[in-house]
Ligand binder design. Structure first.
Ligand code: PLP
Length: 398
């Protein structure tokens, strides 16, 4: 019969799309919308990286490559893992894929059997549960409340473990909260993971974007036992303003890397040959533009945090990494706007876009009610304009 896949039908389309579609519709009508939804740097890809890609094309580097990526790039990734993350991987432990999202898909495909459980700390990046479900796994959520800095404790992870638990997802710096796990916290988590004998999927996509005196600690760097159980995942999208190039990579055991490589060889073959050459340049070339981007993000972060702290009804913690400000709007939802109570973050998002032309991300699909996410990957002028509008809205609430 002409029925469809139950698994595919159950995938929730990204909720952020509705707001983005509305914002685009208004923009097309010539309305000046401020979009705080961006999940990507607003900078251009640095020119040295672009030039490396152009050179690859001119030299005819435009054919199939080995499915799991070229040796030259794997070597560059190993160097970066060693110097930046303090993790030793050989090239046979590295798989290059079509973006961080694809790397995560490969990981869960390689480690999950039907009904295996994966612990996902909330707030979480909204794709984790869907990728786990598509890989026949079962997401199990634990909550990192505001009072614990939106992070989960080793004890919570331990309590969530059952005989079906296969892995823990650990995302630091975090999307959507901007929080960064401290070395001591990771040590405690590693101890539980080793004792429970499960995997850690360490998503370190935003590792380059950490501000102030916080340091990025990769859980796999802590000791040999946690190293064996960790699959470290990163990519160039956020750190190098390369979202469209679609390159992600993993470091894992040789065994897992082999499985991911074979799966990828049938599903997508190699990642784009030109983008692989561009990524070699991103990782090994001059890093000055990265430092400049980070400085700019930091200025915007400080400005946004300061403004949000001084607005009525909003509560937030200082973001330490990535480019997101996560805001508790519980008090706003209790208020009335144009005679009716706001109640949900979806409604709040709709009011802000329709009446104030500001697009924000309601975070129910990030596993957290009563919160919105604002991205500061837009210019400081736009941030100022958008926050002025939000403040104007807050002042109208009864
Ligand atoms: N992991 C996190 C936490 C992200 O926020 C994103 C992108 O939004 C990704 C992974 C995926 O990145 P990529 O664009 O490389 O697929």
């Amino acid at each position: 019969s002409l029925t469809l896949s139950k698994k595919a039908s159950e995938v929730k389309p990204s909720s952020t799309l509705a707001i983005t579609a509305k914002a685009n519709e208004l923009k097309a009508k010539g309305i000046d919308v401020v979009g705080f939804g961006a999940g990507e740097p607003d900078f251009n890809t640095p020119d040295n990286i672009n030039q490396a890609a152009i050179k690859a094309i001119n030299e005819g580097f435009t054919k199939y490559t080995p499915a799991s990526g070229i040796e030259e790039l794997k070597k560059a990734v190993c160097k970066k893992f060693k110097e930046f993350n303090h993790i030793e991987y050989n090239t046979n432990q590295v798989v290059i894929s079509n973006g961080g999202k694809h790397s995560l898909t490969n990981i869960f495909t390689a480690i999950l059997n039907p009904l295996d459980e994966v612990i996902i700390p909330a707030p979480y990046w909204l794709s984790y549960p869907e990728i786990v479900r598509l890989s026949n796994g079962v997401p199990v959520f634990i909550k990192g409340g505001k009072e614990q800095g939106y992070k989960v404790s080793a004890k919570q992870i331990e309590e969530a473990c059952t005989d079906k638990t296969k892995a823990l997802v650990l995302n630091t710096p975090n999307n959507p909260t901007g929080m960064v796990y401290l070395r001591e916290e990771l040590e405690a988590i590693a101890e539980v993971v080793i004792r429970k004998d499960i995997y850690v999927v360490a998503d370190e996509m935003y590792e380059n974007l950490i501000y102030g005196d916080k340091e990025h600690v990769s859980i796999a760097s802590l000791n040999d036992e946690i190293y064996k159980r960790t699959i470290t995942c990163s990519g160039v999208a956020k750190s190098y303003a390369m979202t469209g190039w679609r390159i992600g990579y993993t470091g894992s055991s040789v065994e897992i890397a082999k499985l991911m490589g074979s799966v990828q060889s049938h599903q997508t073959s190699n990642p784009n040959s030109i983008a692989q050459k561009a990524t070699v340049e991103a990782l090994l070339g001059n890093q000055d533009t990265i430092a400049t981007m980070k400085e700019e993000f930091n200025k915007r972060r400080e400005y946004m945090y300061d403004r949000v702290c001084n607005m009525p009804l909003l509560h937030t913690l200082e973001p330490e990494g990535a480019f997101y400000q996560f805001i508790d709007v519980s008090e706003v939802l209790e208020k009335e706007y144009k005679g009716s109570k706001i109640q949900t973050t979806e409604k709040l998002g709709a009011i802000l876009i329709e009446d104030f032309n500001v697009a924000v991300i309601p975070c129910a699909d990030f596993g957290f009610e009563n919160h919105i996410r604002l991205s500061y990957a837009i210019s400081i002028e736009k941030i100022k304009k958008g926050l002025d509008r939000i403040e104007d809205f807050l002042n109208q609430l009864k």
